[in-house]
Write a protein that binds this ligand. Structure first.
Ligand code: NCD
Ligand code: ZN
Length: 344
């Protein structure tokens, strides 16, 4: 197979940032995706419907002429989010989910939730109105090893939330472990997961053996190869519970190549092509469309995109750098050769 035609895919987990960054990130998203779930960890975070609407309008100013790519907005949950805000979010037609960040877990998560047990009224409202909960599933307890944060979150929290709110739709975001895959598989239809290209393509050896590679540092952190393999198996299975969410998270080069570098990989220079590589390698190109273009739309309860995209088997080199907000960044798999190329 040398040409792949897919229903236009969507990205169910994306960071566009704000201000000058939008000139790079919005056209990159619109390049091949129909819609993108836009994560709200901007500064200040988008915690209200009004802030989400303002952010939506800033984003749309950068949409290329002729494109109908759509940003699907998300509210950032804090200790102070009210059930009323959830109802307004649902009524707005603009907000497609609410993101749970444990306070301090990742980039710009300082205003995140400090105590999950206080979220009951908010989760109940989300369950009632049918608002998706997007879960950054890691504990932040100091005594828990960073490589165990996801598995411990499942044991201590996620299982209980799923039990207590059986009709709440939860996307376990950017899963990184075998335990994450198993949990999602064993759960009801209301639990699904996004998987990123970096967690499919790399493991912690790629990040750490022979020297530290800061451009592979993202959160949740890359795990050992056994986990990478479990993620590949889940993604290429075509199972409805697993879908594309790049977690493309741009950071300027100098903020990653430093003594205390930021977490996040930028992949929107070649997101679809990077995933195609994984499916090709696994001999599963026939299931790529389910993962990229159908499963997420089914979970969120929206129609598939009506147009198609074409990928061709044609080796090309990824750039070493991408211009970004007056400086530059080093994208995922910088300088490497990919076999699949996005045509239109
Ligand atoms: C993301 C970012 O930079 O906003 N970073 C990351 O490592 N994935 C935040 C997130 O999704 O955790
Ligand atoms: Zn993210």
């Amino acid at each position: 197979m040398d040409e792949l035609i897919l229903i236009q895919p969507d990205d169910w987990h994306l960071h566009l940032r704000d201000g000058d960054a939008l000139a790079t990130t919005v056209p990159a998203a619109a390049r091949c995706f129909g819609r993108s779930i836009v994560m709200p960890n901007v500064v200040p975070p988008a915690t209200t419907v009004e802030q989400a609407r303002d952010y939506y309008e800033r984003i749309l100013k950068h949409r290329p002429a002729g494109s109908d790519w759509l940003p699907l907005m998300v509210l950032y949950l804090t200790d102070n989010t009210s059930p009323e805000e959830i109802r307004q979010a649902k009524a707005s037609g603009l907000v497609f989910g609410c993101k749970y960040y444990p306070a301090g877990a990742t980039t710009n998560s300082d205003s995140g939730v400090t105590d999950l047990s206080r979220m009951d009224a908010v989760f109940a409202a989300m369950e009632e109105v049918g608002m998706v909960l997007q879960m950054h599933g890691e504990v932040t307890d100091e005594d828990i090893d960073i490589f165990d944060r996801e598995a411990v979150f499942i044991e201590r929290h996620l299982g209980h939330i799923a039990e207590r709110f059986p009709n709440l739709k939860i996307v376990f975001e950017h899963i990184t472990t075998e335990q994450g895959v198993n949990f999602v598989r064993a759960s009801s239809q209301n639990i699904a997961a996004t998987i990123t290209p970096q967690h499919l393509l790399y493991n912690r050896n790629d990040m750490l053996v022979g020297g530290i590679r800061p451009h592979l540092f993202c959160l949740p952190i890359l795990k050992r190869s056994r986990h990478q393999q479990a993620l590949i198996d889940a993604a290429v299975s075509g199972e409805q519970k697993f879908f594309l969410g790049t977690d493309s998270a741009p950071h300027a080069q100098d903020t990653k190549e430093t003594a205390c570098g930021c977490a996040g990989c930028y992949s929107h220079h070649a997101a679809l092509e990077l995933y195609a590589e994984v499916f090709d390698e696994a001999g599963a190109l026939d299931r790529f469309e389910a993962f990229a273009s159908k499963n997420g739309a089914d979970f969120y309860g929206v129609e598939y995109n009506t147009n198609t995209v074409t990928l061709r088997r044609e080796p090309w080199s990824l750039p070493d750098q991408v211009a970004f907000a007056g400086t530059q960044m080093v994208p995922l798999a910088a300088g490497e050769v990919l076999n699949w190329r996005f045509i239109a």
